[in-house]
Design a protein around this ligand. Structure first.
Ligand SMILES: *[C@@H]1O[C@H](CO)[C@@H](O)[C@H](O)[C@H]1NC(C)=O
Ligand SMILES: *[C@@H]1O[C@H](CO)[C@@H](O)[C@H](O)[C@H]1NC(C)=O
Ligand SMILES: *[C@@H]1O[C@H](CO)[C@@H](O)[C@H](O)[C@H]1NC(C)=O
Ligand SMILES: *[C@@H]1O[C@H](CO)[C@@H](O)[C@H](O)[C@H]1NC(C)=O
Ligand SMILES: *[C@@H]1O[C@H](CO)[C@@H](O)[C@H](O)[C@H]1NC(C)=O
Length: 948
């Protein structure tokens, strides 16, 4: 479906959705009472034959149907017969294992193959369940419409695809039809229907589940479904419904449960007929961007028990109109447009067990009435602008509370160190609120915690020893960005269990000392940005296969020694960041065995030797940062297999090579390429221009020679901006030096960085006109080469340019007037060339008044230089007049700043590299609401300077 979400990770979310589909088929089925496994009832031969033929068409890898032999077909697995006639009434071939979609046993237990039409000979069949199998995208067979006695038909999650046959509309006795979730069929071939007209024939229908069936093209929308007066359950979740479901008169007033989540409605007005469904218990409208102009949509819906309005645009009046629905137990209003304070009427909803108000614009203090909701099990007010200090009194009545989410508010928690809360929480989310400065002692009483988030919670304390013990049972701990001291957790090494992953994030604290061991029962460990010393621990001897770890971040510490080889035993690692430490020795060859690696950062250590060619095995790698080491030699040719690479930083090493042609030819996904400060020599290969996604190219400070290629205008990302397939990186950051300032780029900004730096090489010839087509460029640095000719007149096309450095070349002629069209320019350097004539003025140029910008061009005149043009002779045909006038004496001084200063700063672009994936992958594990938050969350903290 084309889910249109407020947040970015639709596919992620989808994954989450599909892995948590409730098992919907617990529908009561009246006539099944007469169906039993009567082994003694003799089975009808014709039906037995039909079943055998049916079995013959199936692929049954795990041999689930091994009992389908012999005469007594009534005792076969999944079959129930009529107790007197022996006629088959029920065929239940639902996958018997729980739906873990990544579990091999589950997958193997799926039936496949094709469905034999012999099934129509089961003329009395009332119940057919083929759910949770995998029929690989085949169509729902039309002959099912001949099974006139069917009461129950469940084909959900069975991999059926394509157009639903309208023949199903002949099943006039059908009480329940589930065609939901065809996600196991190929995505392009999910179930769909062009016309829902056939549904009107199902006039006994009580339950209809079309979850994820593509109804985008269904012309009549809900009209046919509106013909079904007995309908009590309707699930149209993720159906791609586009047309507003307009109904002039609502027929299905007996509806008790309605799910319209995640559709594509073009009209954001909430359907007004909803308010006639006064008997609704469950209503799901999430992810639709709907609002209610009448402000009274829910006034009459007093029987509501479960209401999900998440990610819409309902406002505070809706919240008030809901307060009549006194039966509500579950209320999710996250991601709406609620402003002002939480209405105190919320206290009328005394049956509430789940209240979600996250991601709104609520402010003020939390009303006292809310704390009287004694049945609350889950309270989520995260990511609002709530204020106030919460004390023990607030929580005194919340004995049932299991989940408390306060993250992202201006709240503070002030409780005594002896507080014993009345609850036992499973989930604690208190990130970005004030919990400290002391480590919260009350945590010690919480024995059932599974998730703990106290990121950036102003805790400045040592981790108490009791917490180290408690922590062993917590699935996810995030205490990053506090000022925790001491030695971090002592990890107990024991084997990870199969379905359990543990995550521990302790980055950006003040932990010191050394690590005694690395944990084996943890899937994600982040200890980055601390003061840890000593060696990175070896895995314990005798540990054989320890596949648990998925991401390991030890970057920005003071680890010494070599990279332990047995890190390579973590064969499922996909993120490994050891950058910014004091590691030495070689890059271990065995890293090439980590076939799942997506991000490998070893930058800014003292690693030596060559880049091992085994790294070429890491074909999934998307980000490789080996910059800032002492690596020598050539690039291994095997690196051309890294076709998924998007960011490659090999800068600040001693590499000595030409720029291989395969970089342009094979690494076609690159958008970040940095080779600065090595010994690359030879010409800049034209093939680099094939990197159509490239947005950062930095080859500065090498020995490159020859001309600048004339094909840079083929790098379409720099010409036309974003690529259509826009990769979304989430909140990863690219640290960069821009105009001397340190800047953090977050998600959206990141897509805007475009820079080319070729400075400090031996490039000759003219500046190609083609560069002037790179209109997205923000930084262009060609300084310190031997470039000649004029500055192209079209330079003014580069309207986005903020930093332009052409200094220390041999450029001559006049400065083009168009330079004054560069409205974003804030750092310019044209010094030490042979430019002549008047300096253009106007617009942005007027703000660049530092004379050193133009220093060392003796033919230039006019502001900001001291020599005005009228006292100058016009330059002659032979070039600039070479006169040693007064102003020259100060040039030696300003040269340093003008020539080297900005050039150096720009040249360092991206020294610090990119933290791709880290966060997005980390959040992949979180429940969607939490991940959505981190994508929306705009972090404003500045990084401390990290130059050494
Ligand atoms: C749903 O169907 C419409 C047209 O019928 C199509 O354009 C769209 O891509 C389909 N969506 C999915 C997710 O298959
Ligand atoms: C149904 O049974 C009849 C009688 O045995 C047989 O002739 C016919 O082929 C069967 N139909 C199908 C579709 O298998
Ligand atoms: C309501 O249902 C009846 C029969 O079930 C049908 O005749 C009528 O057209 C329906 N009304 C609407 C507005 O669809
Ligand atoms: C909703 O109910 C009101 C009053 O019972 C009725 O007048 C109106 O036509 C109904 N609207 C729809 C769309 O069924
Ligand atoms: C959107 O739906 C509302 C309610 O059905 C209707 O009044 C309005 O005219 C619709 N707007 C558009 C642009 O179709």
């Amino acid at each position: 479906m084309e889910h249109h979400l407020l947040c970015t990770s639709s596919s992620l979310l989808l994954l989450f959705l599909f892995s948590s589909i409730p098992v919907t088929s617990q529908f009561t089925f009246g006539s099944s009472k007469q169906a039993h496994n009567y082994a003694n009832v003799s089975c009808i031969e014709n039906e037995r034959q039909a079943l055998l033929l049916f079995k013959h068409g199936l692929i049954d890898e795990s041999n689930r149907l091994s009992s389908w032999i012999g005469e007594g077909c009534c005792s076969w697995e999944g079959i129930s017969c009529h107790k007197t006639t022996g006629s088959v009434l029920k065929l239940d071939l639902r996958n018997t294992l729980p739906p873990y979609f990544d579990d091999d046993d589950y997958l193997k237990n799926q039936l496949g193959g094709h469905l034999s039409p012999s099934l129509v000979n089961l003329t009395n069949l009332q119940y057919l369940d083929l759910s949770l199998n995998n029929f690989s995208g085949i169509q729902v067979p039309a002959f099912l419409g001949l099974l006139k006695n069917l009461r129950y038909l469940n084909l959900s999650s069975a991999g059926f695809g394509g157009e639903i046959p309208h023949h199903l509309g002949n099943l006039s006795h059908l009480g329940y039809l589930d065609l939901g979730d065809s996600s196991s069929s190929p995505t392009s071939n999910w179930l769909r229907t062009k016309d829902l007209g056939w549904v009107a024939g199902l006039f006994s229908l009580k339950g209809l589940v079309l979850f994820s069936v593509n109804l985008t093209a269904a012309r009549d929308g809900l009209q046919s479904i509106n013909m079904l007066p007995s309908l009590t359950t309707l699930d149209l979740n993720s159906c791609g419904l586009f047309n507003h479901p307009h109904l002039s008169h609502v027929n299905f007033t007996s509806l008790a449960s309605l799910d319209l989540r995640e559709n594509n409605f073009s009209n954001y007005t909430a359907p007004p007929w909803l308010c006639n469904l006064t008997g609704l218990h469950d209503l799901h409208l999430g992810y639709n961007n709907l609002y209610d102009p009448t402000h009274g949509l829910f006034d009459q819906m007093t029987s509501l028990v479960h209401l999900d309005l998440s990610l819409n645009r309902f406002d505070t009046s809706t919240l008030k109109s809901l307060c009549n629905a006194s039966n509500l137990t579950y209320l999710d209003l996250s991601g709406n447009n609620f402003q002002g304070s939480i209405p105190s009427e919320i206290g009328q909803l005394s049956k509430l067990t789940n209240l979600v108000l996250a991601f709104n614009k609520l402010n003020g203090t939390i009303p006292t009435n809310l704390w009287q909701l004694t049945k609350l099990q889950a309270l989520d007010v995260g990511y609002n602008s709530l204020t106030g200090v919460l004390s023990e009194d607030h929580f005194a009545k919340l004995r049932e509370l299991k989940s408390l989410r306060l993250t992202g508010n201006s709240l503070a928690l002030n409780v005594s160190s002896s507080w014993v809360p009345p609850f036992q929480l499973h989930e604690i989310r208190m990130g970005f609120i004030i919990v400290g400065p002391r480590f919260p002692a009350w945590l010690r009483t919480q024995k059932e915690v599974e998730e703990l988030d106290m990121r950036n919670a102003s805790i400045s304390d040592a981790i108490p020893s009791w917490f180290r013990v408690l922590c062993r049972n917590i699935t996810s701990v995030d205490l990053s960005s506090n000022s925790l001291t001491g030695n971090p957790l002592e990890f107990k090494q024991h084997r990870p269990s199969r379905y359990r992953s543990r995550r521990i994030f302790l980055s950006s604290n003040k932990f010191d000392g050394s690590l005694k061991s690395l944990p084996l029962d943890i899937s994600d460990l982040d200890l980055s940005h601390n003061f840890l010393t000593g060696h990175i621990p070896q895995l314990e001897v005798g540990q054989t296969v320890v596949p648990g770890m998925r991401s390991l971040l030890l970057n920005d510490n003071r680890f010494t020694g070599t990279i332990p080889k047995n890190l390579c035993k973590w064969e499922y690692l996909y993120i490994l960041d050891l950058s910014n430490n004091l590691l030495s020795g070689r890059v271990p060859l065995c890293l090439g065995n980590l076939r799942d690696l997506k991000l490998l950062k070893l930058a800014n250590n003292s690693l030596s030797g060559q880049i091992p060619s085994s790294l070429g095995n890491l074909w999934q790698l998307s980000s490789l940062h080996l910059n800032g080491n002492k690596l020598v030699g050539k690039l291994p040719a095997s690196m051309q297999h890294l076709g998924n690479l998007e960011a490659l930083d090999l800068g600040d090493n001693g590499l000595k090579d030409i720029i291989p042609t395969w970089i342009g030819e094979r690494l076609s996904n690159l958008w970040f390429l940095r080779f600065q400060s090595n010994n690359f020599h030879g010409p800049i290969s034209d093939t680099l221009c094939q990197l159509s996604r490239l947005r950062v190219l930095n080859l500065a400070h090498n020995n490159l020679s020859g001309f600048i290629p004339h094909c840079f205008n083929n790098i379409s990302a720099m010409v036309s901006g974003l690529h259509g397939d826009g990769v979304i990186y989430g909140p990863e950051r690219l640290e960069d030096i821009k105009g001397g300032r340190e800047v953090e780029y977050y998600a959206l900004n990141l897509l805007l960085v475009n820079s080319v730096s070729l400075s400090a090489n031996n490039l000759v010839g003219e500046i190609p006109d083609e560069i002037m087509e790179l209109v997205q460029l923000q930084v262009l640095n060609l300084s310190q080469n031997h470039l000649t000719g004029k500055i192209p007149d079209k330079i003014g096309n580069l309207k986005q340019i903020e930093t332009l450095d052409l200094s220390m070349n041999a450029l001559f002629g006049a400065i083009p007037e168009s330079l004054s069209d560069m409205y974003s320019l804030n750092s310019l350097n044209l010094s030490h060339n042979k430019l002549s004539g008047p300096i253009p003025s106007g617009n942005q140029l007027q703000t660049l008044t530092d004379p050193s910008i133009y220093e060392g061009n003796s033919g230039l005149c006019g502001k900001p230089l001291p020599n005005s043009c009228w006292e100058h002779k016009l330059p002659t045909k032979n070039g600039p007049i070479d006169d040693d006038d007064e102003g020259h004496s100060e040039s030696d001084w300003s040269w340093f700043y003008a020539g080297i200063g900005p050039g150096f700063a720009v040249g360092l672009l991206g020294v610090l590299g990119i933290l791709l994936f880290k966060k997005s992958w980390r959040y992949a594990y979180f429940k969607f609401i939490e991940s959505a938050c981190d994508k929306i969350w705009v972090k404003t903290t500045r990084l401390r300077r990290k130059f050494r």
